[in-house]
Write a protein that binds this ligand. Structure first.
Ligand SMILES: N[C@@H](CCC(=O)N[C@@H](CS)C(=O)NCC(=O)O)C(=O)O
Length: 215
């Protein structure tokens, strides 16, 4: 199986970590925004990353891909079968992708992606507004949900933790301060310290350090 994208995308990172935790063999074919790689374009009709190929099968969207991976290799428990746990897991995946992802995207795109990769200034006012007005609301929610727990659903690692923690690696690259939300901060730190996340994040940090040297 080949996954197309860059792990700097929270959606790509989510799929990679899910596959690692599951023990699924997956190869990352690294590519950036706007790639015209023909295999990527075949797999991603709207040119968004991640996209997957598994032989002649193609699939786009991080949530579609993790559900496919889970169906191909069942039994990891990362997507629970218990109805209530399953519902909550899908909710947190959705919360991560749309609510956290939207806020993180405004901050990360305008402060890092646009100047570093697209070579044009980002909208720093939009990034600052998102950090000031939107980020606290979602961190207040996460602080309440975590409430000293190690995992969001069922007392064990699930897709919920992988999906919610993934964009926080981007907030980490941005140097966001989470001290006002100590439970959420400790929870996110512990999930991102897992071997499945840590190796990927180290490589991203090395990449950003190298980019900074070339500017
Ligand atoms: N819901 C999608 C979101 C994917 C997405 O928006 N990826 C961004 C990178 S973080 C992308 O490829 N953007 C390029 C574009 O919109 O043209 C998923 O979960 O995979």
């Amino acid at each position: 199986m080949i996954l197309f994208g860059s792990s700097i995308s929270p959606f790509v990172r989510k799929v990679l970590v899910f596959a690692i935790e599951q023990g699924a063999p997956i190869e990352l074919k690294s590519l950036g925004l706007g790639s015209t790689d023909p295999d990527f374009l075949r797999a991603s009709p709207f040119r968004k990353m991640p996209a997957l190929t598994d032989g002649d099968y193609t699939l786009a969207d991080s949530s579609a891909i993790v559900h496919y991976l889970d169906a191909v290799r069942p039994g990891s428990g990362l997507i629970p079968t218990n109805p209530r746990e399953r519902g909550r897991t899908i909710w947190f995946d959705e919360f991560a992708d749309t609510i956290v992802g939207a806020v993180m995207g405004k901050m990360f795109f305008n402060r890092i992606v646009s100047p570093m990769f697209l070579k044009r200034p980002g909208d720093l006012d939009a990034a600052d507004t998102a950090e000031r007005e939107e980020l606290p609301t979602l961190l207040d929610y996460l602080e309440r949900e975590v409430d000293g727990k190690h995992f969001l659903v069922g007392g064990r690692l699930t897709l919920a933790d992988i999906a919610v923690a993934s964009p926080f690696a981007n907030f980490g690259h941005l140097g966001c301060d989470m001290a006002r939300w100590p439970a959420a901060e400790a929870y996110v730190e512990a999930i991102l310290a897992r071997a499945s996340f840590a190796g990927i994040i180290e490589r991203e940090k090395a990449f950003f350090a190298k980019q900074a040297q070339t500017v």
